[in-house]
Design a protein around this ligand. Structure first.
Ligand code: MEV
Length: 319
Protein backbone atom coordinates (compact mmCIF):
# COMPACT_ATOMS: atom_id res chain seq x y z
CA UNK A 1 0.00 0.00 0.00
CA UNK A 2 1.14 3.53 -0.76
CA UNK A 3 -0.13 6.19 1.62
CA UNK A 4 -0.01 9.93 1.06
CA UNK A 5 -1.36 12.74 3.22
CA UNK A 6 -2.26 16.23 1.99
CA UNK A 7 -3.18 19.34 3.97
CA UNK A 8 -6.29 21.48 3.94
CA UNK A 9 -5.96 25.13 2.91
CA UNK A 10 -7.15 28.62 3.69
CA UNK A 11 -7.19 31.43 1.17
CA UNK A 12 -5.49 34.41 2.83
CA UNK A 13 -5.99 37.10 0.18
CA UNK A 14 -7.07 37.51 -3.44
CA UNK A 15 -10.06 35.16 -3.76
CA UNK A 16 -12.25 35.69 -6.84
CA UNK A 17 -9.76 38.15 -8.40
CA UNK A 18 -7.38 35.18 -8.84
CA UNK A 19 -9.88 33.60 -11.25
CA UNK A 20 -9.34 36.70 -13.46
CA UNK A 21 -5.54 36.57 -13.51
CA UNK A 22 -4.67 38.48 -10.33
CA UNK A 23 -2.37 36.87 -7.73
CA UNK A 24 -3.58 35.37 -4.46
CA UNK A 25 -1.98 34.09 -1.26
CA UNK A 26 -2.96 30.71 0.18
CA UNK A 27 -1.70 28.83 3.22
CA UNK A 28 -1.83 25.09 3.99
CA UNK A 29 -3.35 24.15 7.36
CA UNK A 30 -2.40 21.29 9.65
CA UNK A 31 -5.69 19.41 9.20
CA UNK A 32 -4.91 16.59 6.82
CA UNK A 33 -6.52 14.05 4.56
CA UNK A 34 -4.92 10.63 4.04
CA UNK A 35 -5.24 8.44 0.96
CA UNK A 36 -3.96 4.86 0.70
CA UNK A 37 -3.88 2.94 -2.58
CA UNK A 38 -2.99 -0.69 -3.22
CA UNK A 39 -3.14 -2.91 -6.29
CA UNK A 40 -5.43 -5.90 -5.81
CA UNK A 41 -6.13 -9.00 -7.84
CA UNK A 42 -9.92 -8.67 -8.01
CA UNK A 43 -9.83 -6.65 -11.22
CA UNK A 44 -12.21 -4.14 -9.59
CA UNK A 45 -11.77 -0.71 -8.05
CA UNK A 46 -12.81 -0.77 -4.38
CA UNK A 47 -13.23 2.59 -2.66
CA UNK A 48 -13.43 2.79 1.15
CA UNK A 49 -14.17 6.43 1.94
CA UNK A 50 -16.96 6.74 4.53
CA UNK A 51 -16.28 10.46 5.09
CA UNK A 52 -16.25 11.49 1.43
CA UNK A 53 -19.72 12.58 0.36
CA UNK A 54 -18.83 13.33 -3.24
CA UNK A 55 -16.83 10.59 -4.93
CA UNK A 56 -16.68 12.39 -8.30
CA UNK A 57 -13.15 13.68 -7.64
CA UNK A 58 -11.91 10.21 -6.69
CA UNK A 59 -13.50 8.59 -9.72
CA UNK A 60 -12.23 11.31 -12.06
CA UNK A 61 -8.66 10.94 -10.68
CA UNK A 62 -8.67 7.19 -11.30
CA UNK A 63 -10.16 7.63 -14.80
CA UNK A 64 -7.68 10.40 -15.72
CA UNK A 65 -4.73 8.41 -14.35
CA UNK A 66 -5.79 5.25 -16.23
CA UNK A 67 -6.22 7.24 -19.44
CA UNK A 68 -2.80 8.88 -19.18
CA UNK A 69 -0.83 5.91 -17.81
CA UNK A 70 -2.64 2.80 -19.03
CA UNK A 71 0.70 1.13 -19.75
CA UNK A 72 1.37 1.01 -16.01
CA UNK A 73 -0.97 -1.92 -15.37
CA UNK A 74 -3.68 0.21 -13.79
CA UNK A 75 -6.35 -1.90 -15.44
CA UNK A 76 -5.90 -4.56 -12.75
CA UNK A 77 -7.76 -4.11 -9.45
CA UNK A 78 -7.21 -1.17 -7.16
CA UNK A 79 -8.18 -0.51 -3.52
CA UNK A 80 -8.45 3.08 -2.34
CA UNK A 81 -8.95 4.17 1.31
CA UNK A 82 -9.53 7.76 2.37
CA UNK A 83 -9.68 9.32 5.84
CA UNK A 84 -9.94 13.00 6.72
CA UNK A 85 -9.28 15.11 9.80
CA UNK A 86 -11.61 17.82 8.57
CA UNK A 87 -15.19 18.01 7.36
CA UNK A 88 -15.85 18.82 3.72
CA UNK A 89 -18.20 21.60 4.93
CA UNK A 90 -15.65 24.00 6.42
CA UNK A 91 -14.01 25.14 3.17
CA UNK A 92 -10.57 23.65 3.82
CA UNK A 93 -10.50 22.18 0.30
CA UNK A 94 -11.21 18.49 0.78
CA UNK A 95 -11.72 17.96 -2.97
CA UNK A 96 -8.32 19.35 -3.94
CA UNK A 97 -6.60 17.55 -1.03
CA UNK A 98 -8.13 14.21 -2.04
CA UNK A 99 -7.26 14.78 -5.70
CA UNK A 100 -3.62 15.65 -5.00
CA UNK A 101 -3.08 12.88 -2.43
CA UNK A 102 -4.70 10.24 -4.64
CA UNK A 103 -2.75 11.18 -7.78
CA UNK A 104 0.54 11.26 -5.87
CA UNK A 105 -0.25 7.87 -4.31
CA UNK A 106 -1.19 6.37 -7.71
CA UNK A 107 2.00 7.72 -9.26
CA UNK A 108 4.06 6.00 -6.54
CA UNK A 109 2.06 2.74 -6.43
CA UNK A 110 2.38 2.29 -10.21
CA UNK A 111 5.90 3.78 -10.34
CA UNK A 112 5.14 6.16 -13.19
CA UNK A 113 7.41 8.83 -11.71
CA UNK A 114 5.23 11.91 -12.02
CA UNK A 115 6.98 15.18 -11.12
CA UNK A 116 5.27 17.62 -8.75
CA UNK A 117 4.41 19.76 -11.76
CA UNK A 118 2.86 16.73 -13.54
CA UNK A 119 0.74 16.08 -10.44
CA UNK A 120 -0.32 19.73 -10.27
CA UNK A 121 -1.36 19.77 -13.94
CA UNK A 122 -3.22 16.45 -13.72
CA UNK A 123 -4.95 17.42 -10.44
CA UNK A 124 -5.97 20.82 -11.79
CA UNK A 125 -7.39 19.13 -14.91
CA UNK A 126 -9.42 16.78 -12.67
CA UNK A 127 -10.77 19.69 -10.57
CA UNK A 128 -11.77 21.62 -13.70
CA UNK A 129 -13.38 18.52 -15.19
CA UNK A 130 -15.50 17.85 -12.10
CA UNK A 131 -16.16 21.38 -10.86
CA UNK A 132 -15.95 23.36 -14.08
CA UNK A 133 -14.37 26.44 -12.43
CA UNK A 134 -11.38 27.29 -10.26
CA UNK A 135 -7.97 28.92 -10.29
CA UNK A 136 -6.09 25.85 -8.97
CA UNK A 137 -4.81 27.66 -5.84
CA UNK A 138 -6.24 24.88 -3.64
CA UNK A 139 -4.49 22.19 -5.69
CA UNK A 140 -1.15 24.02 -5.38
CA UNK A 141 -1.63 24.39 -1.64
CA UNK A 142 -2.44 20.70 -1.10
CA UNK A 143 0.59 19.69 -3.17
CA UNK A 144 3.31 22.14 -2.16
CA UNK A 145 2.05 23.23 1.29
CA UNK A 146 3.49 26.21 3.18
CA UNK A 147 2.25 29.64 2.19
CA UNK A 148 2.13 30.37 -1.54
CA UNK A 149 1.86 33.40 -3.78
CA UNK A 150 -0.10 31.95 -6.69
CA UNK A 151 -1.46 32.85 -10.11
CA UNK A 152 -4.21 31.00 -11.97
CA UNK A 153 -3.36 27.62 -13.45
CA UNK A 154 -0.01 27.61 -11.66
CA UNK A 155 1.44 30.33 -13.91
CA UNK A 156 3.27 31.45 -10.74
CA UNK A 157 3.67 29.28 -7.64
CA UNK A 158 6.04 31.05 -5.27
CA UNK A 159 6.63 29.80 -1.73
CA UNK A 160 6.66 32.50 0.95
CA UNK A 161 8.91 32.04 3.94
CA UNK A 162 6.49 32.73 6.76
CA UNK A 163 3.08 31.60 7.90
CA UNK A 164 0.53 34.03 9.26
CA UNK A 165 -0.77 34.22 12.85
CA UNK A 166 -4.52 33.98 12.33
CA UNK A 167 -7.66 33.03 14.18
CA UNK A 168 -10.16 31.10 12.06
CA UNK A 169 -13.90 31.35 12.71
CA UNK A 170 -16.34 28.98 11.00
CA UNK A 171 -19.82 30.35 10.24
CA UNK A 172 -21.51 26.95 10.30
CA UNK A 173 -22.66 27.50 6.72
CA UNK A 174 -21.20 25.57 3.79
CA UNK A 175 -20.30 27.83 0.86
CA UNK A 176 -21.31 26.96 -2.67
CA UNK A 177 -18.11 27.90 -4.50
CA UNK A 178 -19.38 27.20 -8.01
CA UNK A 179 -22.47 29.37 -7.50
CA UNK A 180 -20.41 32.25 -6.03
CA UNK A 181 -17.85 32.15 -8.84
CA UNK A 182 -20.80 32.24 -11.25
CA UNK A 183 -22.30 35.22 -9.36
CA UNK A 184 -19.04 37.18 -9.70
CA UNK A 185 -18.84 36.23 -13.39
CA UNK A 186 -22.32 37.63 -14.00
CA UNK A 187 -21.41 40.81 -12.14
CA UNK A 188 -18.22 41.17 -14.19
CA UNK A 189 -20.17 40.71 -17.42
CA UNK A 190 -22.72 43.34 -16.44
CA UNK A 191 -20.29 45.88 -14.98
CA UNK A 192 -16.91 45.01 -16.53
CA UNK A 193 -15.13 48.32 -15.84
CA UNK A 194 -16.20 48.55 -12.22
CA UNK A 195 -15.52 44.88 -11.44
CA UNK A 196 -12.19 44.81 -13.27
CA UNK A 197 -11.14 47.84 -11.21
CA UNK A 198 -12.02 45.87 -8.06
CA UNK A 199 -9.96 42.90 -9.28
CA UNK A 200 -6.87 45.01 -9.94
CA UNK A 201 -7.25 46.77 -6.59
CA UNK A 202 -7.38 43.34 -4.90
CA UNK A 203 -4.28 42.32 -6.89
CA UNK A 204 -2.39 45.34 -5.51
CA UNK A 205 -3.47 44.46 -1.96
CA UNK A 206 -2.14 40.93 -2.50
CA UNK A 207 1.26 42.32 -3.59
CA UNK A 208 1.39 44.40 -0.39
CA UNK A 209 0.16 41.40 1.61
CA UNK A 210 3.06 39.34 0.29
CA UNK A 211 5.50 42.02 1.55
CA UNK A 212 3.73 42.22 4.89
CA UNK A 213 3.93 38.44 5.35
CA UNK A 214 7.60 38.32 4.38
CA UNK A 215 8.29 41.28 6.71
CA UNK A 216 6.22 39.67 9.51
CA UNK A 217 4.27 42.92 9.76
CA UNK A 218 1.01 41.76 11.38
CA UNK A 219 -0.48 45.21 11.78
CA UNK A 220 -0.07 46.02 8.08
CA UNK A 221 -1.36 42.60 7.05
CA UNK A 222 -4.44 43.06 9.22
CA UNK A 223 -5.20 46.41 7.56
CA UNK A 224 -4.78 44.79 4.13
CA UNK A 225 -7.18 41.97 5.15
CA UNK A 226 -9.78 44.59 6.08
CA UNK A 227 -9.34 46.46 2.76
CA UNK A 228 -9.61 43.15 0.87
CA UNK A 229 -12.84 42.38 2.75
CA UNK A 230 -14.34 45.71 1.62
CA UNK A 231 -13.84 44.71 -2.01
CA UNK A 232 -15.29 41.25 -1.39
CA UNK A 233 -18.34 42.91 0.13
CA UNK A 234 -18.63 45.05 -3.01
CA UNK A 235 -18.58 41.85 -5.07
CA UNK A 236 -21.56 40.63 -3.04
CA UNK A 237 -19.98 37.47 -1.63
CA UNK A 238 -19.96 38.35 2.08
CA UNK A 239 -22.84 37.45 4.40
CA UNK A 240 -24.32 38.85 7.58
CA UNK A 241 -22.81 36.00 9.63
CA UNK A 242 -19.35 36.59 8.14
CA UNK A 243 -19.67 40.34 8.80
CA UNK A 244 -20.75 39.69 12.41
CA UNK A 245 -17.75 37.45 13.11
CA UNK A 246 -15.37 39.85 11.34
CA UNK A 247 -16.69 42.85 13.31
CA UNK A 248 -16.51 40.91 16.60
CA UNK A 249 -12.90 39.91 15.97
CA UNK A 250 -11.86 43.47 15.17
CA UNK A 251 -13.68 44.86 18.21
CA UNK A 252 -11.75 42.34 20.34
CA UNK A 253 -8.46 43.69 19.04
CA UNK A 254 -7.65 41.80 15.82
CA UNK A 255 -5.46 43.84 13.45
CA UNK A 256 -7.93 43.12 10.65
CA UNK A 257 -10.18 40.38 9.30
CA UNK A 258 -11.85 39.06 6.17
CA UNK A 259 -13.71 36.10 4.77
CA UNK A 260 -11.62 33.26 3.35
CA UNK A 261 -12.51 31.50 0.10
CA UNK A 262 -15.57 31.92 -2.05
CA UNK A 263 -17.68 33.68 0.62
CA UNK A 264 -21.33 32.90 1.29
CA UNK A 265 -20.31 31.03 4.45
CA UNK A 266 -17.30 28.83 5.33
CA UNK A 267 -14.68 30.67 7.43
CA UNK A 268 -13.47 34.13 8.32
CA UNK A 269 -9.86 34.80 9.28
CA UNK A 270 -8.42 37.48 11.58
CA UNK A 271 -4.79 38.58 12.01
CA UNK A 272 -3.94 38.70 15.70
CA UNK A 273 -1.08 39.28 18.11
CA UNK A 274 -0.31 36.39 20.46
CA UNK A 275 -1.49 38.57 23.41
CA UNK A 276 -4.99 39.12 22.07
CA UNK A 277 -5.53 35.74 20.37
CA UNK A 278 -7.62 34.43 23.29
CA UNK A 279 -9.77 37.56 23.39
CA UNK A 280 -10.45 37.38 19.64
CA UNK A 281 -11.32 33.68 19.87
CA UNK A 282 -13.81 34.33 22.70
CA UNK A 283 -15.39 37.20 20.75
CA UNK A 284 -15.88 34.96 17.69
CA UNK A 285 -17.50 32.27 19.86
CA UNK A 286 -19.76 34.80 21.58
CA UNK A 287 -20.83 36.09 18.15
CA UNK A 288 -21.93 32.56 17.18
CA UNK A 289 -18.87 31.32 15.29
CA UNK A 290 -16.88 28.14 15.83
CA UNK A 291 -13.15 28.69 16.34
CA UNK A 292 -11.13 26.23 14.27
CA UNK A 293 -7.83 25.32 15.86
CA UNK A 294 -5.43 25.29 12.95
CA UNK A 295 -1.81 26.13 12.36
CA UNK A 296 -0.89 27.67 9.03
CA UNK A 297 2.13 27.00 6.77
CA UNK A 298 1.71 23.20 7.05
CA UNK A 299 3.72 20.79 4.86
CA UNK A 300 2.31 19.80 1.45
CA UNK A 301 1.55 16.28 0.20
CA UNK A 302 3.85 13.74 1.87
CA UNK A 303 4.32 10.00 1.72
CA UNK A 304 3.60 8.23 5.01
CA UNK A 305 5.81 5.15 5.20
CA UNK A 306 4.35 1.89 6.50
CA UNK A 307 0.91 3.38 7.10
CA UNK A 308 -2.15 1.21 6.55
CA UNK A 309 -5.60 2.72 6.60
CA UNK A 310 -7.71 -0.09 7.92
CA UNK A 311 -10.00 1.03 10.71
CA UNK A 312 -13.35 2.69 9.99
CA UNK A 313 -12.39 5.37 12.54
CA UNK A 314 -9.37 6.34 10.47
CA UNK A 315 -7.17 9.19 11.57
CA UNK A 316 -9.65 11.62 12.97
CA UNK A 317 -13.22 12.39 13.83
CA UNK A 318 -15.63 11.61 11.01
CA UNK A 319 -16.63 14.53 8.81
C1 MEV B 1 -12.67 29.76 -3.62
O1 MEV B 1 -12.19 29.16 -2.45
C2 MEV B 1 -11.73 30.80 -4.16
C3 MEV B 1 -12.13 31.37 -5.51
O2 MEV B 1 -11.15 32.36 -5.84
C4 MEV B 1 -12.18 30.30 -6.59
C5 MEV B 1 -10.82 29.81 -7.03
O3 MEV B 1 -9.84 30.55 -7.00
O4 MEV B 1 -10.74 28.64 -7.47
C6 MEV B 1 -13.47 32.04 -5.41
Amino acid sequence: MTTVSAPGKLMLMGEHAVVYGQPCIVTAVDQRLIVGVEKNTSGRTIIDAPQVRDLRFVEACIAEFKKSYNTAGVDGGLSVSIRSQFSSSVGFGSSSAVTVALLKALSLEYAVGLTERDIFDLAYAVVLRVQGVGSGFDVASALYGGTLYFKKGGEVIEPLHNGVPIVVGYTGVKADTVRLVEHVKNLQERYPEKVDRIFSAIGKLVESGKEAIEGRDRERLGTLFTFNQEYLRDLGVSTEKLETLIAASKKAGAYGAKLSGAGGGDCMIAVVSEENRGRVESAIREAGGEVMNVTTHAPGAIIIPNERISSREGIGAPA
